[in-house]
Design a protein around this ligand. Structure first.
Ligand code: THU
Length: 145
């Protein structure tokens, strides 16, 4: 799979369920807002992440970046899709869109026109967008050469 590979054929339900299963690991004692993400890579593997807060507030990290760095630290360099769930006190009552910094981190490892971002309330209640829709006219690796 490469950056031109159409990414419509993956199992959305399984990816969302991976995020839901990870939500219990979120560490958010300060905001009490729990988030989990599951990223599907070009190799077909899924990597999860949760938000991990810190007593020094800015030292914490979002779930999406944690999942993407988890994948990158395992050698992955291509993202196909990411599923995100979250809510106050671990209750998924609404969609949880990715913050701007996380959108930029996604940009590093994908084709934004192909990369799918899924924000979910459950395995069958979700919204799906491309990263290009969420981060138009983005700055990426090709801009810095
Ligand atoms: N958070 C995420 O994990 N992902 C997002 O995209 C939005 C915010 C986390 C950061 C912090 O731990 C908590 O949610 C409240 O902002």
């Amino acid at each position: 799979m490469n950056n031109n590979t159409p990414t419509t054929g993956f199992n959305r339900s399984a990816l969302i369920q991976s995020a839901i299963d990870s939500l219990k690991f979120s560490y958010a004692p300060y905001s009490h807002f729990n988030v989990a993400a599951a990223v599907l890579t070009g190799s077909g593997k899924v990597y999860t992440g949760v938000n991990v807060e810190n007593a020094s507030y800015p030292a914490g990290i979002c779930a999406e970046r944690n999942a993407i760095f988890h994948a990158a630290a395992s050698g992955e360099r291509e993202l196909v899709a990411i599923a995100i769930v979250g809510g106050a006190d671990g209750q998924i009552t609404d969609y949880c869109p990715p913050c701007g910094i996380c959108r930029q981190v996604m940009r590093e490892f994908c084709n934004p026109e192909q990369m799918r971002v899924i924000i979910a309330k459950s395995t069958d209640d979700y919204k799906e967008m491309t990263l290009a829709q969420l981060l138009p006219e983005s700055f990426g690796p090709d801009n810095i050469v």
